[in-house]
Write a protein that binds this ligand. Sequence first.
Ligand SMILES: [Zn+2]
Length: 257
Amino acid sequence: MLVDSHVHLNDEAFASDFSKAIAEAKENGVTMMLIPGWDLASSRLARDIARKFDGVYFAAGIQPENITPSWKEDLLEIEKLATDDKCLAIGECGLDYHWDSKEETKLSQKRCFAAQIELANRLGLPLSIHARDASQDTYEMLREHNALHSAVLHCYSGSPEMLRQFAELGLYFGFDGPITFKNAVSPKECVKECPIDRLLLETDSPYMTPVPFRGKRNEPKYIPLIAEAVSALKDLPLRVVAEKTSDNFIRLFHVKL
Ligand SMILES: [Zn+2]
């Protein structure tokens, strides 16, 4: 059994064939998938897809690059979505200073992130966190606001040193395509550093396509390639990687099997 803990089957890239992508993933042993939203509309679509398939779940949230002037009202609707049986987390949410690191942008991202940590705490849910070029602030936000039901840092792109600090907060770490790239040093170091009981597999489809399919649309059926890369980097049998990462997913997201 394998899990794709972060897959955007709600992206327009899958609009015409998400059913096929799910069926092919299952044929490749990927029996559980979590579809995160990035705003209200994509969270609703994630729910609609998740409801149709066994083993497919969703998360509802506002991603930092998708904050609109109406985000507070949208969060009230996201709260309603999050009471659905298939909703496993709030997210993706977090901080992203990659394209815009103006102080006012940082401030508005922090407000929206804090509100979503509080929402997750109130609903008893974990978080799916998007953090890019913002490790230190993400760490400080999590220390200040305390995610009571834990969280995964999806597509972890911080340093191995920061990973150790996040691990002390009890967090989980999602790894995807970059750990298969020939020249990617840091993601590979981070996999080595990550405790196996905190590691999650993800594709982040349709983005982050792993070797040897770079340049094509990423798909949840490629999860075995991520598992193989983790197995090689951590020198663990593939069976152990599959078992541990699936257990981690079930534990973090309180999946009832
Ligand atoms: Zn995502």
